[in-house]
Design a protein around this ligand. Sequence first.
Ligand SMILES: [Zn+2]
Length: 80
Amino acid sequence: MVSRGKIKRKARVIDYYYKQGGKCAYCKIGMTLSLGFQNTATIDHIIPKAHKRIKGVFNEVAACQKCNNITELYALGLYR
Ligand SMILES: [Zn+2]
């Protein structure tokens, strides 16, 4: 079962995916919209969640699964 939120999120991924010509915002690898691959297109927030207090500064890009994981780890490492 897929929740409404997930469908919305997926639609945004597709939007960014086409805007970026199907390429990852970070490593420029050709991404896929199929799930479960290293190059699966995901939404990445340029501003880490810890910076949420900066209102109005909010940007999203499509990044491959691999880069999304790396940026998440990086953000966590910064605030530990
Ligand atoms: Zn990437």
